[in-house]
Design a protein around this ligand. Structure first.
Ligand SMILES: [Zn+2]
Length: 253
């Protein structure tokens, strides 16, 4: 079984003590590709460093809505030229934490969407309690290659996202007892989803509360398999192919 981890923060200090051993364990257990996600300038730099060190790792760079204070467009433009920088993210709107006003968040989000379109990079969306505004900004700009990371909308919003031909990504949240995500899992076509851990956060059941790592992807795979009534291997293979086509297609040009 080969697995594509589409969203992790393995540069975070939670992994400082055992990063190289953990990565070795991941690669040995079938996690063949990992996208490490930036949330601001320093973590984007660290993501690129990891991607340059490991052939299996790719980087996404961007400014998360809680970290827009050091927004640096020149930094993004410079580094988007790096072959291992394969997406802009995570970017979006967070109306749950509100470190910045809606207007400020929307302004920086819009700028980054424009950049992604200009450089033909996929966009990894962080959307917390801001579904409609995220949708509008993306729709107004005719964004094409979009994934809603850790999808948290309802069935109606999933339908809207899917009708734009955008993607939905599942984290360990789908394994939580109260997640209410089974219907979304059922309705997502097999060519429209990815899997991700968002490590070190969102550890799936039965490891909830502990540090998360790509080693836990199998719980997410098993949950999707159970709901969609297919084998775990099918879920891993299909999501691997989806992620490869979506994130790595420019590498083949
Ligand atoms: Zn994340």
């Amino acid at each position: 079984m080969k697995i594509f981890e589409t969203h992790a923060h393995l540069d975070f200090e939670e992994f400082d003590k055992d990063r190289s051993k953990l990565l070795k364990d991941c690669f040995n257990s079938g996690v063949e590709k990992i996208i490490n996600i930036g949330v601001g300038k320093q973590s984007s730099i660290n993501s690129i460093k990891l991607a340059e060190k490991y052939p299996q790792i790719y980087a996404a760079i961007g400014f998360h809505p809680s970290e827009i204070n050091d927004y640096d467009e020149d930094f993004l433009i410079e580094n988007l030229a790096n072959k291992k920088v394969i997406a802009i993210g995570e970017i979006g709107l967070d109306y749950y934490r509100m470190h910045f006003s809606k207007k400020e968040q929307q302004e920086i989000f819009s700028k980054q969407v424009d950049l992604a379109l200009k450089f033909d990079k996929p966009i990894i969306i962080h959307d917390r309690d801001a579904h409609e505004d995220c949708y509008k900004i993306l729709k107004d700009r005719k964004a094409k290659n979009v994934v809603f990371h850790c999808f948290s909308g309802d069935e109606n919003f999933a339908e809207k996202v899917l009708s734009e031909n955008w993607y939905i990504s599942f984290t360990g949240v789908i394994t939580f007892k109260n997640s209410k995500m089974d219907n979304i899992i059922r309705m997502v076509p097999k060519n429209k989803f990815f899997i991700e851990t968002d490590s070190p956060y969102l550890s799936p059941t039965p490891n909830r509360g502990k540090r998360n790592s790509p080693m836990n992807l199998r719980y997410i795979i098993n949950k999707i398999a159970e709901v969609k009534q297919v084998t775990p291997k099918m879920v891993a293979d299909i999501s691997y192919g989806n992620a490869e086509n979506f994130f790595l297609k420019n590498l083949k040009k």
